[in-house]
Design a protein around this ligand. Sequence first.
Ligand SMILES: [Fe+2]
Length: 463
Amino acid sequence: MPDQPMLDRSPFLQGPFAPVTEEITALDLPVTGRLPADLDGRYLRNGPNPLDADEPLQHWFLGAGMVHGVRLRNGRAEWYRNRWVRSRQVAERLGEPWPGGPVHAGMDFAANTHVLAHAGRTLATVEAGALPYELTDDLDTVGPCDFDGTLPGGYAAHTKLDRRTGELHAVAYCWVRDHVQHVVVGPDGRVTGTTDVPVADGPMMHDFALTDRYVVLLDLPVTFSMDAAAAGVQLPYTWNPAHPPRVGLLPRTGPSREVRWFEVDPCWVFHTLNAYDDETGRVVLDLCRYEAPYDLAALTGNGSPTLDRWTFDPATGVARQDRLDDRPQEFPRVDERVVARPHRYGYSAVTAEVGAATVGQDGSFADGAFADALLKHDLASGTVEAHSFPRGSAVGEAVFAPSAPDAAEDDGHLLAFVHDPDRGATDLVVLSAQDVAGPPVARVHLPLRVPLGFHGSWLPDGR
Ligand SMILES: [Fe+2]
């Protein structure tokens, strides 16, 4: 039986992870520097923010979702808002009526993992069988979304938007199923197709990748554990050495019998950077990789992820696994316009080994145990630029915002929440993507600390 996660000293409830206790609306925020006029839209980021911070067995992945957002327009920061996503449990805990709506298989998890926009909807997403929640432009909860009744099951945290077709791709998994499901949502916001791919053992598939030709499936050895579930483990997915690690190339139009599987070394992957078909027909997949075994229940003590490149040749069946950068890093992102197509640049957040050596006696993280820097990779030249923030800054995922719809791949800005330890609150930091190491272009000063969280999006107006 795996150890219970987190115990009563969960580091994920303390220090830079500690939840905030109130929802705030702040208007016309102070800005240091100059906000680029082309930043016209909303930067939103989702993450866990438990309502009961003294809950002794809280796993970081299970806290109630809270979306933090900043609205930029005409060089001004018009507002900051943070709002819990009103799942049934959250609404009840807040003493509010639950908005109601569809629920898949009785699962109504906190939609705490990502926030994105598609077909006019803003969606907070989560995986493992639950539905996303639709939010208003001002981050109020509309309710669960099953894409106008067209989604046959649960949904996924991570999605890939193909900007040429307007299709939103996802891979949904759920422990009650003997398959994972590729879901395509059309530009009208309705599901246009699903493909079920049989898998064994109920693998967790947190993320996937997309190319012009393929959906890239990561079938790795963190799988559902009935023993762990029966023992009351809150997130019952465990390392399963009997589960053969493999990567599947599913033709985007199916059928599932045409999925091509490649064996890979035992390892764990939360996130892909991007994937594409190269000029020879191989699939190139960049990702952040952890060494095996991976202890999901603990999260800590798993070593540091590296940026790797895996290449699959459907013609020969040969797979390669190469290291691009051995600096510890996570939350890889590309310019969303190059998703599924060749990318030159990638962005990630530096992270350090989160383990016993970095967790203090009181359970808090030692200074610098999480990320205090952002990286820009130039994968054509093999060079890396870093922007280092002061110690204790707790930098999370950075999102790229192009300066114009047709701007070059790195012509734009990086947006990230960065804690200011001197002020005791968080800034939305804007870096020039073509001068990542240079001083920030602007810092929007928020009225509170934003806990370290998961994923976000830059949602420009009118595009
Ligand atoms: Fe993720």
